[in-house]
Design a protein around this ligand. Structure first.
Ligand SMILES: [Zn+2]
Length: 435
């Protein structure tokens, strides 16, 4: 009898090349055991290829035009302020930036994530099934949970089984957690302890199991060097296998999808996108990693602003909407042809620009470049992501017990809902849609 439940494992920032190499050489035994029993392909993520955008697409099956999460950092037109989700919850919590914490933890799910999008947890629990989420920052569900930080009384609505960096814990699992040791895999170890507890109890219909620590190491070391971090992510996957009593016992109960949210590429130079707009009034530039956005507060200068990036070595593609039509410019000129070299380039650029929270001009960085963030930080000498290029945009996609793996990360949630017999949201009734 085929498994009727499912687990989605997301290893943040894992590139297809690293996954394939680790499976081939046997250096990630848990991943290899899954790969041996499943079907694999390279799949494509959304644009900008940044964690909050990609995880929202994974959790909802929607492109950004539907889910409305535009970037790591963006300008809220209604509230006339910047929203900064931060690179990680652990980093935010450590920095103690209260507004950033509230934006990243609460408002992203309560306010910024569109009500037109439906998370996999909402779909499941509306159908009377049990959803579980570990550490994933796109968690919106129907069950209120109170934070475990003294003085923070605000409740978050998550799935029934909800574990979020030990800030929210729906059940007492005894999982240990230490903030700030991300480079040593503290988040993945926490996930492993919770995952072991959940699988031991068979406590869910679908578990979304998010492992953030690999991305952190890959940013620092570069996209082909974070072998130790991948070994720790692999150990967290092993914890699920062990809890079930072995790989075959696990797969008797659960179908599995294992993927990343985006890739990473080498960074050799950093650039300031803001500097390109020196002397221009009524505009906001938000940039970090390998994607930037320009908000024209006058509302009619998108072309003029995009043209200012002509000849900028850090700009790979600048795109905008003109009378509702997509326009893309690069060193090769203007036209949709400049998107042809990027996977799903036209569809992804259009979905990004049709997001009401996005800037009027979206900038995909040229290979090797990174845009410095608000604090001037960058990852020169390491890895980054965010652009339309294949290296940032392609992810490993492994499906076990589900037939052929999805070609796009937006197709993961629809596939899992089909598998457990729960109806998809209306916008996801056909595969590979764009709204
Ligand atoms: Zn990520």
């Amino acid at each position: 009898m085929p498994a009727t439940k499912a687990i989605l494992i997301v290893i943040d920032g894992l590139t297809p090349a690293m996954f394939e190499d680790a499976v081939e050489r046997g250096s990630a035994p848990a991943l290899a055991a899954l790969a041996e029993r499943g079907e694999y392909r390279r799949a494509v993520t959304v644009f900008p290829s940044l964690t909050p955008v990609c995880l929202s697409s994974l959790a909802t099956g929607a492109y950004p035009d539907v889910h409305h999460i535009p970037h790591l950092v963006w300008y809220h037109r209604g509230e006339r302020r910047l929203v900064e989700y931060g690179s990680s919850f652990a980093a935010l919590r450590r920095a103690g930036a209260r507004r950033g914490i509230v934006d990243a933890i609460f408002r992203m799910n309560e306010e910024h994530l569109s009500r037109d999008a439906e998370t996999i947890y909402e779909s499941l629990e509306d159908a009377g099934r049990v959803a579980a989420a570990v550490n994933i920052i796109c968690y919106r569900g129907r069950t209120p949970h109170v934070a475990r930080i003294p003085g923070l009384t605000r409740a978050a609505h998550g799935p029934r089984r909800f574990f979020y960096f030990n800030l929210f814990e729906s059940d007492e699992t005894g999982a240990p957690f230490r903030v700030g040791a991300r480079h040593l895999g503290a988040n993945d170890r926490y996930a492993a302890a919770v995952g072991r507890w959940l699988v031991t109890r068979d406590g869910f219909d679908v578990l979304v199991y998010y492992l953030p620590d690999y991305d952190f190491a890959s940013h620092a070391l570069g996209p082909d060097a974070a072998h130790a971090a991948l070994a720790r992510s692999d150990a967290a996957v092993s914890a699920l296998i062990d809890a079930a009593g072995g790989i075959d016992a696990l797969l008797e109960r659960y179908a599995v999808v294992l993927c990343a949210d985006h890739g990473q590429t080498h960074v050799e130079r950093s650039a300031s996108l803001l500097e390109r707009f020196a002397g221009v009034d009524d505009l906001v530039v938000t940039a970090s990693n390998r994607a930037g956005m320009v908000y024209d507060l006058r509302g009619h200068r998108a072309r003029e602003l995009a043209e200012r990036l002509d000849g900028d070595p850090a700009t790979g593609v600048a795109c905008f909407l003109e009378d509702g039509e997509l326009v893309a410019r690069s060193a090769d000129g203007e036209g949709l042809d400049v998107l042809a070299e990027h996977p799903d380039g036209v569809v992804r650029a259009l979905a990004a620009l049709r997001n009401p929270n996005a800037g009027d001009v979206l900038v995909s960085a040229a290979p090797g470049f990174e845009f410095a963030d608000l604090a001037g930080r960058h990852h020169v000498g390491g890895g980054s992501h965010g652009s339309l290029t294949a290296g940032d945009s392609e992810v490993p996609m492994l499906a076990v017990g589900l037939g052929p793996p999805p070609a796009r990360i937006t197709d993961v949630t629809p596939l899992l809902l089909d598998h457990v017999g729960v109806e998809r949201p209306a916008y996801a009734r056909s595969l590979s849609h764009v709204g």
